[in-house]
Design a protein around this ligand. Structure first.
Ligand code: AN0
Ligand code: CP
Length: 320
């Protein structure tokens, strides 16, 4: 594996889940694999889980880790070629990337969607420059349109808690005061389809996800109907993906408070487990009661981020 962005990059899911189980039993099983090798983790945005779990995973594999917070202490980076750099950006990615690459063997990149230009975001402008100009294996730690380490951790979690081979998994939009990227729901839909679970996506009209990720998954605009018989409920806010109207890309089209996940909707499920990638705004996205209920998986789900990152780094190191 030379890049990790989409579900297909991981290869066979059954094999990956087997390695996940093996690593959960013994996190240090491959501690020799990363000896005298360095992982560089580059953050263009805030992170709690990704920052901690990816460092922990890298250390489990014997890697040295360097973390760079681009916005805290590095030079402000220009990302577009051809710009006359007489503003506040002192350095271009075209120099910064090969310099960063000279100090490491593998690079993780966290970059958020700008949410102003759909094309810039959906062509993964920043991540792809790392892939093209670093000459090193690159993995997404959430990029403009995808969050595969999160979705892999979600898959591991569902695999651990599912009672049937093909559980009903509902991805539901929820309100939020700030416009957020589509990276998490995009990847979640992509990975749930790849795992062949019974995926139903529910959101108000206008929030249709990109077919590249959601494919032909069932979309149900009536949230209560979507929740009926669900085994897993996965809540997440996202801003308008601009699929039907590109001018609306990145906008908040509606913030209907009745979409907050509460006991009212959970009552019609098959005693569903509640999931969210975190960070989550309580009583906006989900009520205290639901997130604190014994059916909530948010903490084990976050803990599985160490496992998903360990499997991905192990597979990438095997190629070095
Ligand atoms: C981010 C998002 O929605 O993409 C990170 C989630 C992992 N969420 C926030 O910024 C609140
Ligand atoms: N879920 C997740 O990726 O969280 P962070 O943004 O805190 O890393």
């Amino acid at each position: 594996m030379n890049t990790f962005l989409h579900a297909k990059d991981l290869g066979n899911f059954d094999e990956a889940l087997e390695i996940a189980r093996e690593l959960k039993e013994d996190r240090y099983k491959y501690e020799q694999l990363g000896k005298h090798k360095t992982a560089l983790l580059v953050f263009f945005n805030n992170s709690l889980r990704t920052r901690l779990s990816t460092q922990k995973a890298a250390r489990n594999l014997g890697l040295d880790v360097i973390v760079l917070d681009v916005n805290q202490g590095a030079w402000k980076l220009e990302t577009e070629r051809g710009v006359v750099m007489n503003g506040d950006r002192s350095e271009h990615l075209l120099e910064a990337i090969p310099v960063m690459a000279s100090f490491c063997d593998i690079i993780g990149v966290r970059t958020f969607a700008g949410l102003t230009n759909r094309e810039d975001d959906y062509t993964e402008c920043i991540l792809n420059q790392f892939i093209r100009y670093s000459g090193k294996p690159v993995f997404s730690m959430e990029s403009a349109t995808a969050h595969p380490l999160q979705s892999f951790a979600d898959l591991i979690t569902i695999d651990e808690y599912k009672k049937t081979k093909r559980p009903k998994v509902v991805l539901t939009w929820a309100p939020h005061p700030k416009a957020l990227p589509q990276a998490v729901p995009n990847s979640f839909a992509e990975w749930m389809r790849a795992a062949d679970f019974d995926l139903v996506v529910t959101h108000p009209e206008g929030y249709e996800l990109d077919p590249l990720f959601v494919g032909d998954a069932r979309v149900e605009y009536d949230q209560m109907k979507a929740f009926e018989g669900a085994d897993f409920v996965y809540a997440k806010n996202w801003s308008c993906p601009g699929v039907t109207n590109p001018a609306d890309y990145g906008k908040i089209l509606c913030n209907e408070p009745s979409w907050t996940v509460s006991q009212r909707q959970m009552a019609v499920t098959n005693d569903a487990h509640f999931m969210h990638c975190l960070p989550v705004r309580r009583n906006v996205v989900v009520t205290d009661e639901v997130i604190e209920s014994p059916r909530s998986l948010v903490i084990p789900e976050a803990a599985n981020r160490e496992i998903s990152a360990s499997v991905v780094l192990k597979q990438m190191l095997a190629n070095l």
